[in-house]
Design a protein around this ligand. Sequence first.
Ligand SMILES: Cc1cc2nc3c(=O)[nH]c(=O)nc-3n(C[C@H](O)[C@H](O)[C@H](O)COP(=O)(O)OP(=O)(O)OC[C@H]3O[C@@H](n4cnc5c(N)ncnc54)[C@H](O)[C@@H]3O)c2cc1C
Ligand SMILES: *[C@@H]1O[C@H](CO)[C@@H](O)[C@H](O)[C@H]1NC(C)=O
Ligand SMILES: *[C@@H]1O[C@H](CO)[C@@H](O)[C@H](O)[C@H]1NC(C)=O
Ligand SMILES: *[C@@H]1O[C@H](CO)[C@@H](O)[C@H](O)[C@H]1NC(C)=O
Ligand SMILES: *[C@@H]1O[C@H](CO)[C@@H](O)[C@H](O)[C@H]1NC(C)=O
Ligand SMILES: *[C@@H]1O[C@H](CO)[C@@H](O)[C@H](O)[C@H]1NC(C)=O
Length: 460
Amino acid sequence: MMYLLSVLWSCIILLLCLNSNYIGGLALSLPDSHTCVIGAGYSGLAVSRYLKEFGVNFTVFEASRYVGGTWRFDPHVGLDEDGTPVLTSMYKYLRTNTPRQTMEFGGFPFPANAPSYPTGTCFYKYLQSFVKHFDLMPNIHVRSFVTSVKWIDHHWELTYTQTDERINNTVSCDFVIIANGQYVRPLLPNFPGQDIFNGSIIHSHDYREPETYKGRRVLLVGAGPSGLDLAGQLHNITAKLFHSHHLVYNQPKFSEHYFKKPDVEAFTTDGVVFKDGTIEEVDDVIFCTGYEFYHPFLDKSCGLTVSGKFILPLHQNIVNIRHPSMSFIGVVNKVITRVMDAQAEYVASLIAGKFKLPSQEEMLKIWLAHVYKLQYQHKKIIDVNTVGSDMDQYLGNLTKEAGVTRVPTVLTEIRDFNAKNRLEDLLNYRDYDYKIIDSNNYKRWHNGGGNRAEECPIEL
Ligand SMILES: Cc1cc2nc3c(=O)[nH]c(=O)nc-3n(C[C@H](O)[C@H](O)[C@H](O)COP(=O)(O)OP(=O)(O)OC[C@H]3O[C@@H](n4cnc5c(N)ncnc54)[C@H](O)[C@@H]3O)c2cc1C
Ligand SMILES: *[C@@H]1O[C@H](CO)[C@@H](O)[C@H](O)[C@H]1NC(C)=O
Ligand SMILES: *[C@@H]1O[C@H](CO)[C@@H](O)[C@H](O)[C@H]1NC(C)=O
Ligand SMILES: *[C@@H]1O[C@H](CO)[C@@H](O)[C@H](O)[C@H]1NC(C)=O
Ligand SMILES: *[C@@H]1O[C@H](CO)[C@@H](O)[C@H](O)[C@H]1NC(C)=O
Ligand SMILES: *[C@@H]1O[C@H](CO)[C@@H](O)[C@H](O)[C@H]1NC(C)=O
């Protein structure tokens, strides 16, 4: 509570020091402007497509040698072939845990006969086909790891390391779009005794394939999307799989090597003690304990409060209220991937001058009203970027304010059904295909399972 109040106070102070040259309805587009985008994953690619369509001059800075972000499998762990941190969290045999219809870019669907739950490899291929279709490669600078973004003399200075030559360059940008991903920075717990444990400990960010764990005694911690997925991949290949979590769901019939466990109490040199007092010997630990936001390149001059859980104050979870020429795509929790495409269209429309933001004062008032509502609902400031159950309304608001294509309500319905169904039928929920009938209706049928999973009718 004290924290919330102090945040509010700092915002009121912020209100008093808003840049006076921005007050009034904000039309941001400038002739001959240059826009810098950080990251060429789904979000960076989505915004590139709209920027290009709207005739905006832009450059994308991508740390790795590749487009596609987390959807590209990289066998490296830790550092890649350029000595750059491996940012992708993709592992072998992954299939999407949401129907592709909730992930497709607007107006660019998969071929109709593609399965609704394609493999990660197939989704990566889809992203590559998008880059090819919209000819985005000329605007993307790969091997360009952004290390700092500063607001100096009414423009942005973006510094990046060219990872091939190991040299640093600084470029000037009128607009900055931050699309560096949400599942890059592992969140690691620290249990008593963790440092004396003699086995291996990794985060699911560094997990690549089940074969590594053949015949071993493994502890899996957590039952979020990665924890449940890895339970499915590991229960029948390990000697013993201990799965520590407190999710209430319809646990499927895993093999006899699978053991559900309560929360971890502590580690010993060769094993783990659980909250119920049971002790088990284990060889390997995989923490499926989630991720946090990570924006180490944002200088203080950006005027934001940045943490692993939230960023504030942002208008529509997108626009930096202090400096509205900076926007974020993907700083939003519990939404479908298609939301990032809507945010991308919003940002590109803003830069192209297709709509005007409210004044900074007005944006801050709207934002404060949102924070008061959180407080009223007994939520905390860490929920400030969570859209979750308000997703359809949020999408409606983006359309109302900026005129972006309305993401149909049916996608929210599919999300809600899938989220429930996944926990009801973990091992089989992907054996179904979906078809969207209109903006409110879809149909779903069993697709026979089996090799259907491997189908990927995309030509590159
Ligand atoms: C294992 C896993 C499975 C998932 N499965 C699903 C699913 O089934 N369905 C679903 O809807 N969503 C899923 N997601 C969510 C997924 O994050 C989104 O689908 C989508 O990939 C987000 O795209 P993004 O562009 O925002 O982030 P990313 O894909 O992470 O891309 C960010 C890009 O920014 C680059 N970058 C980062 N920092 C810098 C820097 N400092 N300088 C330059 N470049 C930088 C990275 O190299 C990367 O290319 C999954 C996520 C993970 C991790
Ligand atoms: C785009 O911006 C860059 C960087 O400012 C500049 O060098 C280039 O000339 C611009 N291109 C066009 C077509 O305006
Ligand atoms: C480039 O920038 C990085 C990150 O700020 C720094 O660690 C490195 O020393 C710089 N390299 C050179 C050659 O200046
Ligand atoms: C840790 O493991 C190594 C290699 O298996 C072994 O030699 C060592 O005795 C172990 N240490 C403890 C404290 O168990
Ligand atoms: C293990 O189970 C998964 C499904 O949960 C299945 O796809 C895989 O083929 C099985 N592997 C083995 C070795 O039985
Ligand atoms: C949508 O806009 C309305 C009216 O401005 C606002 O009250 C509501 O909180 C917004 N909803 C979301 C999810 O942003």
